[in-house]
Design a protein around this ligand. Structure first.
Ligand code: PHE
Length: 436
């Protein structure tokens, strides 16, 4: 077995910065934009129950094994897979390709939030369709691309860590402020009852279950080599168990808070909660504007979204650059290469809603929605299976390292979940969902 020696790896400057960066990666557009719109489309409380079960039974075991593998192998994803799978490094192409695809449209939506954060500062709201007819939205996306490119050129201490340390307080402060405000709105109790009403028919639908698993893994950033990479910057003594719990609990709590805020506003202003991906950009801003202090709340909401999106985007770019630099030799050229690869998918996504691309749809839906729903929605669970099967079946040290990382009574349950139950359950559901 030929193992390519990895150069000395960077290490997080503090353990709490690692936890913050993982929370930063997990908490993103997935929590505030994707979770509410998917929950609105798939039955409110019923979907919430499925999502929480998916976090507990799929997300947390996957996070534990991925961080444990990252910490023990201390290598780029490509080399970590090479070590685990006796040279079959190419399996790592699956999670890495998914990172590239996610980042390509994530940056587009991040551009929308930048545009809206900027224009709402003056108390203006530009309807999405009007904004999409000009060049401003794609240009804002390019600004986001440039920002991510800039951060990914820097070492983790100067780039990634600083971005998380500066942006987290902004994100958290805005979230608490907006939450407190929404508690005073008439739609709050309706939002609570929407999120706690459960319909058995919806809870047992394989399609809803698979959607909940996709949402849980997307939101926790697991199975896509991002956590493998973040774990690989850990020191020998780092505590993976408590960190994973902190990451999973924060991510789920913030998703629920995001959904509560968005549904409260939707119910207060009778906006249909199932309006899909544009929910946060089309109808919500207008609702914000008509609230007391609206000209302040609206930009705050977009600043919240933007800060959450940046810390997630840089985790995807870090994973890509870390691996590309094996070939290119330096971070700078690696991030240049990432830029070129990203552009291939970024451009059609960025033009998805522009009149220029009015006739360009896939399966009848705009390119960006196709990427999110059809490509990522379908591939993410399968890529998660590929990643955790590689770790639990391929890597001899898995059980030994889990024993070091977890309290004794959890070693077997987590190992068995990750090795057998999660892969079999995902594959079965995928097949059932396909036929339903
Ligand atoms: N977890 C991020 C979010 O919720 C998105 C993401 C997915 C980031 C996969 C990294 C890897 O928005």
């Amino acid at each position: 077995m030929k193992i390519i020696p990895s150069p000395p790896r960077a290490t997080w400057s503090r353990h709490w910065v690692f936890i913050l960066a993982c929370i930063g990666s997990a908490v993103g557009l997935g929590n505030i934009w994707r979770f509410p719109y998917i929950t609105g489309l798939h039955g409110g409380g019923s979907f919430l129950v499925l999502y929480l079960a998916a976090v507990l039974f799929v997300g947390i075991p996957a996070l534990l094994v991925e961080l444990t593998a990252g910490k023990a192998l201390r290598a780029e994803a490509v080399n970590a897979f090479r070590k685990m799978l006796r040279d079959k490094w190419w399996v790592s192409a699956l999670p890495l390709a998914l990172c590239l695809l996610i980042l390509s449209y994530y940056l587009v939506i991040m551009g929308w939030t930048l545009f809206y954060a900027f224009f709402s500062l003056g108390g203006n709201h530009i309807p999405f369709s009007e904004a999409a007819s000009g060049w401003a939205l794609p240009l804002a996306g390019i600004a986001c691309l440039a920002l991510v490119e800039l951060v990914s050129r820097m070492d983790i201490k100067d780039g990634l860590e600083k971005v998380n340390i500066y942006l987290f307080p902004i994100f958290f402060g805005s979230l608490v402020f907006i939450l407190l405000h929404s508690l005073t709105l008439p739609g709050f109790s309706e939002a609570v009852s929407y999120l706690t009403t459960i319909n058995m028919g919806e809870v047992t639908s394989p399609l809803n279950i698979i959607n909940a698993i996709t949402q849980a893994v997307f939101s926790l950033s697991v199975g896509m080599a991002v956590m493998l990479t973040y774990g690989s910057y850990l020191g020998k003594k780092a505590d993976v168990f408590h960190s994973s719990l902190a990451i999973a609990v924060s991510d789920a709590a913030i998703a629920i808070t995001g959904a509560l805020v968005i549904f409260t506003i939707s119910f207060t202003f009778s906006i249909p909660v199932s309006s899909g991906p544009q929910l946060a950009f089309e109808s919500l801003p207008l609702a914000f504007l008509s609230l007391e202090y609206g000209e302040f709340l609206m930009p705050l909401f977009f600043i919240l979204l933007l800060s959450a999106a940046i810390t997630s985007a840089v985790s995807l770019s870090e994973t890509l650059v870390d691996n590309l630099k094996i070939k290119t030799g330096s971070r700078r050229t690696a991030s240049g290469a990432m830029l070129l690869l990203l552009l291939v998918f970024f451009i059609p996504s960025a033009l998805s809603y522009s009149p220029l691309a009015a006739d360009f749809t896939l399966n009848g839906i705009p390119f960006l929605e196709f990427m999110d729903a059809e490509i990522v929605g379908r591939l993410a669970p399968l890529v998660v299976v590929a990643t955790i099967v590689s770790i639990t079946w391929g890597w001899n040290g898995c059980r030994r390292e889990l024993r070091k990382a977890l309290p004794g009574f959890l070693v077997s349950p987590v190992y068995l979940m990750a090795k057998y139950i999660v892969p079999v359950a995902i594959l079965t559901l995928q097949v059932l969902g396909f036929f339903s």
